[in-house]
Design a protein around this ligand. Sequence first.
Ligand code: SF4
Ligand code: SF3
Length: 549
Amino acid sequence: MFCFQCQETSRNQGCTVMGVCGKNDEVSNLQDVLIFVVKGVALYSNKLRQNNKIYENVNEYLYRALFSTITNANFDGEEIKEYIYEGIKLRKFLAKELENTKILIDSKFEGSRLATFEFDESCDLVDLAHEIGVLRTENEDIRSLREIILYGLKGLSAYGFHALNLKFESNEIFDFFEKALIATEDNDLSAEKLTNLVFETGKFGVDVMALLDRANNSAFGTPEMTKVNIGVGKNPGILISGHDLKDIKELLEQTEGTGIDVYTHSEMLPAHYYPELKKYKHLVGNYGNAWYHQTTEFETFNGPVVFTTNCLVPPKKNATYNDRIFTLNATGLPGWKKLKTDENGKIDFSEVIELAKKCKSPTEIESGTITGGFAHGQVFALADKIVEAVKSGAIKKFIVMSGCDARQTTRKYYAEFAKKLPKDVVILTSGCAKFRYNKLNLGDIDGIPRVLDAGQCNDSYSWAVVALKLKEIFNANDINDLPIEFNIAWYEQKAVIVLLALLYLGIKNIHIGPTLPAFISKNVASLLNEQFGLTGITTVDNDLQIFFS
Ligand code: SF4
Ligand code: SF3
């Protein structure tokens, strides 16, 4: 295996024996095969799309299959194999459709392995992964650019998948998605062309986040300032994690009146901010912290847990909760039950509910409330107050600290950084990064909380919208003239699409940490630094100097 797609990659170089995330050699190799198959499907699908032949099942497959290869999404080799077979079947179906219409795929791919790849149990996975995986590209810079594009597309597929679940889709985004997938297999593309494609991926990152924002807002209302309980009630509970708001809505509908309470975990916390979700009285609170605390928090939760997306952590040997965990969509782990959806996309939670009824109520691990719900709609509602605070000097600066949290001890940096920030600085956050500082009671400035949480990682989009609005209000020539700094924590590939989106919007001098991605080669890093001022983090004190001196 070779995988270097996330921030925790071994020695910040690559996982080669076993993933730090727990992904084994076989699953990693199978995911390489799946990615290759997905690109093969894109090859045919894109030609047909250009001729206005669009297949809904292919659209859904493309997103779901690539999503399953994101860090901590799917550890189930058998399920990955099913996706591979499903992809090959779809590709053959599309090839037939093309044949019928007498259209040809690009001649450079005709008869290529990408167009004709076959897979069965007799294939040597190790050899295959070597031939089609990350290390197939020998040139370090081309490899870096190809993988940046691929990881951006993985993030895009995740956000696109949630939007699609709510029946929001964009043919233009699918078209780019397929073209970019194919481009990562095109040996004729120069570093310059690939670099342009990296930035174009950022454009479609903005588009897909905007689409998901519209989908979520149309379905569940505009997020609003909300106090979320972090304690527990007396009823048995179901804990739901991940990013898919349609799934939690269905769970809330099906648990209403059953005496079961629903709690959110990690990236599902922002569900509490949406009027159409918070109206359910039995959505009682958020239990616990960022994803990696699940190995202890699922023990004390006592009831069933539903994963709608990553981040799954393979359980410890002595875990007692394995028979209480259910997965949905692109997620999977051997031994955990997979919930199925019917042909209308409806999920049957009855098994989860019956199990919850037999479980003890959650054990309290903390109490009190946290406040969030500051997506662009709510921030605009407070715009006068915020602008006044900036003009009076009460707020000196904003710092965007969106992104992910993860296990490495070096991430203590983010809590310390938040604590040591000048008192006239407001943190703008989204994603699970916030769990490092959203319980620190950092106070408020003239009634404006010093930690403004917009929501999930995809809601980083909100900060871009807010920045553009402030640019207008303050009549600034350039978004970079505003008193906003960016200190982003990254972990998995959704953070990659968020970063590419911010670069596309022209945001300069972004700091990312705790380490620079292993998949960014030295030359590509220099280019990003020269063109955008993109850089890493150093020490808390030094970075505070850089941002606020
Ligand atoms: Fe390693 Fe991260 Fe890949 Fe897991 S996802 S194998 S930790 S690089
Ligand atoms: Fe990612 Fe696991 Fe936090 Fe959406 S999902 S942010 S790490």
